[in-house]
Design a protein around this ligand. Structure first.
Ligand code: ADP
Ligand code: XUL
Length: 558
């Protein structure tokens, strides 16, 4: 039998450069976590004055960016933390990482020489201050590019055509529309840019001291790649901006080696010079890897800054809603995903308004209210929502005398406010009923065989219970809620193995038959329970989607 073991006494490091923090997870050769670290942008790097890791630009509607240099300084800080821990960085055989998807970095002409000659006596942040043609990176929360989205869709023959070509219709946060906006509104920035990186390929570039390729999975979040051929699409490139292909560089598969770690890190932090940097990818694709999601009936729900629902399929049907990406851990198949912008930060806001800023109170409210919330339905948007495309605002409705058996003859009434416990339940039921409804409409399994929950809010048992009763299936969690950095560490090991074997090997060969002995194992955290309740929720969900459709007709823009 072929040996797929990893070299003993070696480590595999995975990062996650996300909206609010930079995280790191280190796995040993048995795939057990031996270290983890966190740099929280707002509190560890307060001089950038971000809130939740971002700047919300009050002068331009929907513009949300992050300071590019903050991500660089976070890496400086993280490597200091790791080298001051007990971990021997010299034993790290491979590194990979996750980036928040869609965010982009604009390297100024001439910066490749700065990258290739980093001075190990200085911090990265002190050397890269002049390396970017714009200091602010547009990120996934941005919604300022509606005009560019419509222009791009029109140029390629419509929204559905673009979705079938690239895996998604044009979305405001997607990198293609963001690049087009920079080209249209700041042409000097565009022309002065020699390379555009995603957050994922950006940090990989720092680590190899040269421009890293963009990986095919994260590239599918740009509206620029031909999803089936896995090459830049000429039609999409032309619809976006002139001379773009040379600024993007080449594509690579997620398991490919981006390069060896740059001498800077060998000298400054004592990494081994043979340490491999494996292509970085998006945070959601890496979560899929970290959750070992490989069965088409399984779904993952990630409850981080954004909420996402994703699974895998062999036969994707790109539509106007949802996203299709190449499978990040296999040469075959696809990843399908839905994304909500109003995730954890909106839960925090409702907690702060109605539950005295405490998760304990929030959970007590969930426990003391009944499923179906006495017919109360809420829509809570603190940010312009992606799914459905609705502006900021709260909307509340009540079906009087609702018992969950029938909605025949019942009309909803709009109300100003609920009592605090009902606000909390309306938020949570609303978020997961919307997920269930849209997931079914997108062709995701219903009910799923099981759900694996991850992200910061997956540590909340009351939320997990609600997911189980609304979706009607068991909910599992992994040992730690940061599956994106865990998945990145696992992909680092996978990339190392593929390089060592000289060919692609399935990622599962590393943990087959021993999953339970690794830090990748899942545990049952909430059970599906009452089937009758699941049907009642189906009715409630139908009604919610009807109200949602009316709200979109009245207030939406797509
Ligand atoms: P990201 O990786 O997108 O930056 P995380 O996955 O780290 O986000 O999740 C951070 C979020 O987790 C916080 O914004 C917080 O609201 C949420 N969170 C943490 N603990 C709880 C809890 N007990 N209940 C609900 N949400 C929580
Ligand atoms: C995915 C998306 C978000 C970010 C969050 O399309 O926009 O989930 O990846 O980091």
């Amino acid at each position: 039998m072929e040996d797929f073991s990893l070299p003993r006494d070696s480590y595999f490091l995975g990062f996650d450069s996300s909206t609010q923090s930079l995280k790191a997870t280190v796995l040993d050769s048995n795939l057990n976590i031996v270290a983890s670290e966190l740099v929280h942008f707002d509190s560890d790097l307060p001089h950038y004055k971000t809130k939740d890791g971002v700047y919300r630009d009050a002068s331009v509607n929907g513009r949300i960016v992050s300071p590019t240099l903050m991500w660089v300084e976070a890496l400086d800080l993280m490597l200091n933390k790791l080298s001051n821990s007990n971990l021997d960085l010299g034993k790290i055989a491979a590194v990979s990482g996750s980036g928040q998807q869609h965010g982009s970095v604009y390297w100024k002409s001439g910066s490749s020489s700065i990258l290739s000659s980093l001075d190990p006596k200085k911090r990265l942040v002190d050397q890269l201050g002049d390396a970017f043609s714009t200091k602010e990176s547009p990120i996934w929360m941005d919604s300022s590019t509606t005009e560019q989205c419509r222009e791009i869709e029109k140029a390629v023959g419509g929204a559905l055509e673009l979705s079938q070509l690239t895996g998604s219709r044009a979305h405001e946060r997607y990198t293609g529309p963001q690049i087009r906006k920079i080209f249209e509104t700041q042409p000097e920035v565009y022309h002065n840019t020699e390379r555009i990186s995603l957050v994922s390929s950006f940090v990989a570039s720092l680590l190899i001291g040269a421009y890293a390729c963009i990986d095919e999975t994260d590239a599918a979040g740009m509206n620029l790649m031909d999803l089936r051929q896995r090459v830049w699409s000429d039609r999409a490139l032309e619809a976006t901006a002139p001379g773009l292909e040379q600024k993007l560089g080449k594509l690579a598969t997620a398991h490919a080696v981006a390069g060896y770690i740059a001498p800077y890190f060998v000298e400054r932090f004592s990494f081994n010079k043979d340490c491999l940097i494996i292509q970085w990818s998006g945070d959601n694709p890496n979560s899929l890897a970290g959750l070992t999601l490989n069965t088409p009936g399984d779904l993952a729900i990630s409850l981080g800054t954004s909420d996402t629902v994703f699974g895998i399929t062999d036969d994707p049907q790109p539509r106007l809603e949802g996203h299709v990406f190449p499978n990040p851990v296999d040469t075959k198949g696809y990843m399908v995903m839905l994304v909500y912008k109003n995730g954890s930060l909106t839960r925090e806001d409702v907690r702060n308004r109605y539950a005295e800023k405490s998760w304990d109170n929030f959970n007590a409210f969930l426990q003391q209210t009944q499923p179906l919330n006495g017919g109360k339905i809420g829509f809570y948007y603190n940010e312009h929502e992606i799914l459905p495309p609705l502006p900021v605002g709260f909307h509340r409705y009540v079906f009087e005398n609702f018992n969950g058996d029938t909605l025949e003859g019942l009309a909803e009434r709009e109300v100003e406010e609920f009592d605090p416990p009902s606000e909390v339940r309306a938020l949570i039921e609303g978020q997961f009923l919307s997920m269930r409804g849209h997931a079914e409409r997108f062709g995701m399994p219903s009910p799923p065989k099981r759900i694996i929950a991850t992200g910061g809010a997956s540590t909340n048992q009351s939320i997990l219970n609600s997911i189980a009763s609304i979706f009607g299936c068991d909910v599992y969690t992994v040992q730690r809620p940061d599956s994106a950095s865990l998945g990145a560490a696992l992909r680092a090991a996978h990339g190392w193995l593929c390089r060592n074997k000289g060919t692609f090997v399935p990622i599962s060969s590393m943990y087959k038959d021993k999953l339970e002995k690794t830090s990748l194992s899942c545990k049952l955290s909430a059970t599906s329970g009452d089937k009758q309740l699941v049907s009642k929720y189906a009715l409630f969900m139908k009604k919610r989607i009807e109200i949602e459709n009316r709200l979109v007709e009245r207030l939406g823009r797509c």
